[in-house]
Ligand binder design. Structure first.
Ligand SMILES: *Cc1c(COP(=O)(O)O)cnc(C)c1O
Length: 440
């Protein structure tokens, strides 16, 4: 680990919780340099929905590289881009009756959010963007202004402006309808909220603690946006690409956002790739206004097309994800009932679910215990209090069960020990776990 301690910046984050050197990966498994096997329930924070090195995608990528297909092209037209656009239009947009222009941005999620915000602001001539409590949209300046997390906001170094926060669905408990509140704030010219250009929302908040809003709330949000003549932006960077049980997380609600951002699992292969979908009338860009050297990653076009062809040509994959989602829900409910002492709750939908342990330290101890038994799994939420299950969507039922069994064992281990030794803080120094060689 020497070189990482010596010269890699302190900004490292995930590496701190999983201090191993990883070398190979296939499907839902990752292997460290010593050959230890881990089940990956983090999956690149949702960037590997189709698993590591998916063979169908790999085959197309290897063919493309072997024939000297264009690897970099700025935003020039390429065969790879043409084929991606045709497939995306035919298999994703048209069957869902979605009419969008496709804008290629820089390859990170945050850059697509920046582009979405600019498009909405420039079209409306307004600055303010409504964002929601616990939302996460990236850490560059514009997207960071719409991100709730104080740890990330604190690093900005400047005033983060241009966004007004509204309470997300359920933020004030079950009794307060937060959309009515938003409507009231926007209707009152003395509420202190400047008339917004747009609202930006995640249908399932990932980094904010796996909060899924209801379909009714989402439909009401769309209505309020129409009423106040503002655009609706859905940030589908983490919840999209099948994670929710549909390709887009907003499909279930039947809404049609004005702008959608996609990234993370879009390439399907962990290759950096992001885009913005814009209703044609809002696509008022002048050439090169939002540019970037790496707009459109040709290798990602190839794997993204292969992912769509493989998994989105019919509804079989959606059904599979929905079925696995129901299994996850059942298992998590049972874990919460058995060990949660009335405090734990389940969160999310589809294959984007988690356990709210209320206490971040406890959640951290549980994920650490799971790691020591060979499952890589992370937490999210303001206090890192939510254990976040993000396994690849293609995981076999057997390994899904195995991973959740290990997680259940970790919850049992940590919660029981807390009962027995309430004053202890580190529960692991003397705990023998089943798969001890993994933690060496
Ligand atoms: C990850 C994420 C982003 C930022 O994407 P980066 O590629 O990390 O810049 C934005 N929005 C959501 C919802 C995300 O999950």
């Amino acid at each position: 680990m020497k070189i990482f301690d010596e010269i890699e910046s302190e900004v490292q984050s995930y590496a701190r919780n999983f201090p191993r050197v990883f070398d190979k990966a296939q499907g839902e498994f990752v292997y460290d340099k010593d050959g230890n096997q881990y089940l990956d329930f983090l999956a690149g924070a949702g960037s590997l929905n189709y698993g590591h090195n998916n063979p169908k995608l790999k085959e197309k990528l290897l063919e493309y590289v072997a024939r000297d297909g264009i690897s970099h092209s700025l935003d020039l037209h390429t065969e790879a881009k043409r084929e991606f656009l045709e497939t995306f239009q035919e298999k994703i947009l048209q069957p869902r009756e979605l009419d969008y222009m496709v804008m290629f941005t820089g390859p990170t999620g945050t850059n697509s959010v920046e582009a979405a915000l600019k498009a909405a602001r420039n079209y409306t001539g307004r600055t303010n963007i409504v964002s929601f409590t616990n939302g996460f949209h990236g850490v560059s300046m514009g997207s960071l202004a719409c991100t709730g997390n104080s740890h990330h906001r604190g690093a900005a170094g400047v005033t983060l402006s241009g966004s007004s926060r509204m309470p997300y669905d359920g933020y004030m408990g079950d009794d307060l309808n937060t959309i009515e509140y938003m409507d009231k704030m926007l209707s009152d010219s003395s509420s202190g909220i400047d008339k917004p250009a747009a609202a930006i929302v995640e249908c399932i908040q990932g980094e904010g603690g796996i909060n899924a809003c209801s379909t009714a709330w989402l439909r009401a949000l769309e209505k309020v946006c129409r009423k106040h003549d503002m655009l609706l932006i859905v940030d589908d960077i983490q919840a999209g690409n099948g994670r929710s049980g549909n390709f887009f997380s907003f499909e279930e609600a039947g809404i049609k956002p004005d702008i959608v951002t996609l990234s993370k699992s879009l390439s399907g292969y962990g290759l950096p790739f992001a885009l913005v979908l814009i209703k044609p009338k809002y696509d008022q860009w002048k050439p090169g206004e939002h540019n970037g050297t790496f707009r459109g990653n040709n290798m990602a076009f190839v794997t993204a097309k292969a992912a769509i062809d493989t998994y989105w040509s019919d509804d079989a994959f959606e059904k599979e994800v929905q079925r696995k989602g129901l299994y996850i829900e059942k298992r998590l409910k049972s874990i919460v009932e058995q060990y949660g002492e009335g405090n734990f709750t389940t969160r999310g939908r589809g294959m984007f679910q988690g356990i709210n342990c209320v206490n971040g330290e406890l959640a951290g101890q549980i994920t650490h215990a799971a790691y020591r038994q060979g499952v890589i799994i992370e937490t999210s939420g303001a206090e890192d209090q939510v254990i976040k299950l993000l396994c690849p969507l293609i995981i076999s039922e057997e390994n899904l069960k195995k991973g959740i069994d290990i997680l259940e064992g970790a919850v049992r281990l940590v919660c029981r020990r807390i009962d027995e030794f309430p004053e202890e803080t580190d529960y692991f120094d003397d705990v023998v776990v089943e798969n001890e060689e993994v933690s060496k």
